[in-house]
Design a protein around this ligand. Structure first.
Ligand code: GLV
Ligand code: MG
Length: 324
């Protein structure tokens, strides 16, 4: 290990994160009763300009009046390039800061963006005597944000998670797609001709690099990497495939832009019973090996060593969090 310790963000379950437009207050109660881990009430892209003010009021009232149980509550503010943003922060934190756990900052581009919001939130928390420190979630969804992702991840003690905003990222990088998430047949590999001359097309994942880069920046700074939206909510299989790819890369959650995606995210982002049992067996086998003075042993015909302990502990800890 490096001598530099990595401070971990507060441990929160973040398998599923439901997006709800602040203008759609009729959706709030149902969301509060759902199985989602985190809810973000949106003031940004799902809210039309002439609805922003009312959405802000709805969100403040909802945070104060609805019983959200133990859910982690977040608000997505407008971007720092808009005149809505300062009021989003001031009004929501001043009037509903007690129940707010996180602020989601969209289109974050530089560490100075994080600094600016941190300064504002710190002043409001101090002035209001708020005891709980509000955390930050950052959407990495522009070329600038991706270029500066490491500095953004390290920019504030409030930082808890990085989210891959695939739709805006596609727009910002001018990627040739108009769907939200998912794959594109043009991003494929054509095999060389086989004996019979036939060739095969293997579809690739055009988001792989961006997601993997964000995961590294998040984990190197003790933050949760979270995969963003999958727009086609009538395609649960496509959603699960995208969620699984993200999970394999190290993401611990995915957005739900429709309630039907909550269960899918929770399922994919929770370790299976078989995985947890295997992890527990690894820990037991390594404890026996250590007692016998050995650093590596074989289990089910495969080598396990001290790195296996760390991998297994991640899974067992996650299962513990889920079971409450
Ligand atoms: C999310 O905000 C996205 O742009 O995908
Ligand atoms: Mg976006």
């Amino acid at each position: 290990m490096s001598f530099l310790p990595i401070e971990q963000a507060p441990a929160r379950l973040n398998r599923s994160e439901l997006a709800i437009p602040g203008s759609q207050s009729q959706m709030f109660e149902k969301a509060a009763k759902s199985d989602v881990d985190v809810i973000f009430l949106d003031l940004e892209d799902a809210v039309a300009p002439d609805e922003k003010e009312q959405a802000r009021k709805n969100i403040i009232a909802a945070l104060n009046d609805i019983d959200w149980g133990t859910k982690t509550m977040s608000v997505r503010i407008n971007g720092l390039d808009t005149h809505y943003m300062y009021r989003d922060v001031v009004d929501v934190v001043e009037q509903a800061g007690e129940r707010l756990d996180l602020i989601m900052i969209p289109k974050v581009g530089t560490s100075a963006d994080v600094y600016a919001v941190d300064m504002l939130v710190t002043q409001i928390e101090d002035a209001k005597g708020l005891k709980k420190r509000i955390g930050f979630e950052h959407i990495i969804e522009t070329a600038l944000g991706m270029q500066n992702v490491s500095e953004i991840a390290a920019a504030s003690k409030r930082n808890e998670s990085l989210h891959f905003g695939v739709a805006d990222y596609a727009a910002s990088t001018r990627a040739r797609t108009t769907i939200i998430g998912g794959v594109n047949p043009d991003y494929s590999v054509l095999t060389d001709p086989m004996d019979d001359g036939a060739r095969m097309t293997h579809w690739g994942d055009m988001w792989h690099y961006a997601l993997a880069r964000m995961v590294v920046a998040a984990r190197a700074n003790g933050l949760r990497p979270i995969d963003g939206p999958f727009g086609d909510f009538q395609d649960p299989e496509g959603y699960k495939a995208a969620a699984k790819r993200a999970a394999v890369l190290g993401c611990e959650g995915k957005w739900a832009i429709h309630p039907s995606q909550i269960a899918l995210a929770n399922e994919v982002m929770s370790p299976s019973d078989a995985e947890v049992t295997k992890a527990q067996r690894i820990l037991e086998a390594m404890a026996d090996a250590e007692a016998a003075g050995k650093g590596a042993v074989s289990l089910d015909g495969r080598l396990i060593d001290y790195a296996s302990i760390r991998q297994a502990e991640v899974l067992v800890e996650k299962a513990r969090q889920i079971s409450g």
